[in-house]
Design a protein around this ligand. Structure first.
Ligand code: AMP
Length: 441
């Protein structure tokens, strides 16, 4: 199948060519015809599948006819970064149309948003809080909304936005098309989707398993040795752009500072930073000014930076879903990438949960030529495996004898942008540094 099969407006096909998409991704193949036909859609898809274009293209097709300068499309997203990214996708794909979109989120001045709304826009991509502010102040008329998109609904729920969403819904016409995207379906998301979708078509793409182009490995370590391990790993590994995840904002800030002091071009992305500094970090990472971005989960949502060669989980995430989202940052759009996770003994239950979803064990590695001191990674592995087999003092929260074998999800149901062959999992990091990650001097 190719994009021409959707019979989109030639100006949209030209934009698709201009952004370099050659063939539709699986979610685009499935969702675009449904959205064009006016159906409500429940999209179970993670980031990295091409879901933004899957809704943006048919929405832009709709906007090729009908009135201009009225808000006809409302997209609600959990974070500013994701809202920016969606806004940019509308801009890229709508580059040959007269249609305009505006992002609306907090942490920045309201004035430019107000000016855009007064000039008249067709598409608003908003985070819930600031949108409600504008609604409350009578700045925005949502009575002409024809299409509502809720993106990353599960994340909005995690972030406590559900009451806000319900408030926003009250301001929308009940006659509309609704597109609802979520990577997972916890109960309250299922309830919400049932309430607001009208006879929806369900599109499910690679719901949980991370992109197939990513090779995963874990490095048993202690908390104290993590900084040193990271520095040694960066020294030994041929890396391009590296995204490092930490559990807390403070750790992200401190680690980015440490890396800068060690001569790496690095920056942080965490929720305590003002919006303009966050955007400068993302832009700098995208443009190559920074080789290493140290981020927390929430701040990193929706970072659309291609060619990330390595995701390093300095701290293991709290949920399998967060692991999937982090890993979704690498191996995107015809790239392949490595995902390294530092694991302390208390992280082992989470490792088992991740392995269960992946459907296979994560390769455990020891970094060659690294001074582990008294710590023996193989001992942590042996204890973890004994616990898993029920021969140690069990910390297995699931109680399963072998979560890998008992996997109840189809491993890698596929559907990522690139479904090329997986990289080999053998071998440690490569031994030379690429020109990609360079020290600044
Ligand atoms: P998304 O899941 O919307 O965040 O998209 C993930 C990445 O895939 C983005 O960098 C898109 O630009 C890219 N992408 C989307 N559709 C395609 C396509 N048909 N071919 C190649 N890359 C794509």
């Amino acid at each position: 199948m190719n994009f021409a099969d959707f019979s989109l407006d030639p100006r949209l096909n030209a934009a698709v060519d201009a952004v370099g998409f050659e063939t539709p991704t699986p979610i685009q193949e499935q969702a675009i015809p449904l959205v064009l036909a006016g159906r409500d859609v429940l999209g179970l898809a993670q980031t990295g599948t091409g879901k933004t274009a899957a809704f943006a293209l048919p929405i832009l097709q709709r906007l090729t006819t009908g009135p201009l300068r009225k808000v006809r499309v409302l997209v609600v997203a959990p974070t500013r970064e994701l809202a920016e990214q969606i806004h940019q996708t509308f801009g890229d794909l709508g580059q040959n149309l007269k249609v305009t979109s505006t992002p609306i989120y907090g942490g920045v001045s309201k004035r430019p948003q107000l000016a855009a709304l007064r000039r008249g826009v067709e598409i608003v991509v908003a985070c819930p809080g600031r949108l409600l502010d504008h609604i409350g102040e009578g700045d925005i008329d949502l009575s002409n909304v024809e299409v509502l998109v809720l993106d990353e609904a599960d994340r909005m729920c995690d972030m406590g936005f559900l009451p806000d969403i319900r408030r926003i819904l009250k301001h929308l016409p009940s006659q509309r098309q609704t597109l609802f995207f979520s990577a997972t379906m916890p109960d309250d998301i299922r309830t919400l989707s049932a309430e607001i979708l009208n006879n929806p078509a369900t599109v499910q793409i690679g719901m949980i398993a991370p992109a197939e182009t990513v090779s995963h490995a874990i490095y048993p370590i202690t908390d104290k040795l993590k900084n040193k391990l990271l520095l040694e790993m960066l020294k030994q590994t041929a890396t391009g752009r590296v995204l490092v995840f930490t559990r807390t904002k403070r750790r992200a800030r401190n680690l980015a500072l440490l890396l800068s002091n060690e001569g790496y071009n690095s920056t942080a992305l965490q929720g305590n930073m003002a919006q303009n500094r966050r955007q400068a970090s993302i832009d700098g990472f995208r443009d190559g000014k920074f080789d290493i971005l140290v981020a927390t989960d929430i701040a990193s949502r929706g970072i659309d930076v291609t060619e990330i060669s390595h995701v390093i989980n300095f701290d293991i995430p709290d949920t399998v879903d967060a692991y999937t989202h982090r890993i979704g940052r690498t191996g995107r759009a015809e790239q392949s990438g490595d995902a390294f996770t530092f694991v302390t003994d208390t992280d082992e239950p989470m490792v088992r949960d991740i392995e269960k979803v992946l459907g296979e064990p994560l390769e455990r590695r020891r970094l060659p030529d690294f001074d582990y001191g008294d710590f023996v990674p193989e001992r942590q592995t042996a204890i973890a495996q004994a616990q898993q087999n029920g021969t140690g003092s069990s910390r297995n929260r699931r109680g399963g004898r072998n979560p890998v074998v008992n996997s109840d999800r189809s491993p890698r149901s596929g559907g990522g942008v690139n479904r090329g062959s997986r990289k080999s999992w053998s071998g440690g990091p490569r031994q030379q540094r690429s020109p990609g990650t360079r020290r600044s001097g």
